[in-house]
Design a protein. Structure first.
Length: 132
């Protein structure tokens, strides 16, 4: 697998389209940090890191749906930077996702964070994905 972040986002996207409540993905440090951001921002209901058959373990993610009309909290997951074409941004040119309603997840020198946190700290980095 050449792009584990794209695989992670695709598994989430496919589970949402299939209407699943829980999705399991292989774990890594970057995926754990992205999962924590999605939980803190209210896009997923809960998550759990498990040690399993594979050495890195798995992440169980409980997806969040509206109780009345069963619409997912995540409308779109879009991978921005990819191995063939990395996308970097400075804090002055920080992307606004859905006019401020969505988030961009960045990998910075101080760890993985949202575009709003990176702008507050005045640091730029690689734009991993957009979530709204």
């Amino acid at each position: 697998m050449t792009d584990p972040i794209a695989d992670y986002l695709t598994r989430l996207r496919n589970a949402i389209h299939a209407g699943r409540r829980v999705v399991e993905v292989p774990s890594s440090k970057m995926k754990k940090e992205i999962t924590k951001i999605l939980f803190d921002q209210g896009y997923i209901l809960n998550y759990k890191f498990e040690e399993g058959q594979n050495p890195q373990g798995t992440i169980k993610i409980a997806l969040k749906y509206d109780p009345i009309d069963k619409v997912s909290a995540i409308k779109n997951l879009h991978r921005v930077s990819r191995p063939g074409l990395r996308q970097y941004t400075g804090y002055k040119d920080m992307p606004r996702v859905l006019n401020g309603l969505g988030i961009a997840i960045l990998s910075t020198s101080q760890g993985v964070m949202t575009n709003k946190e990176a702008k507050e700290k005045k640091i730029g980095g690689e734009v991993l994905c957009y979530v709204y």
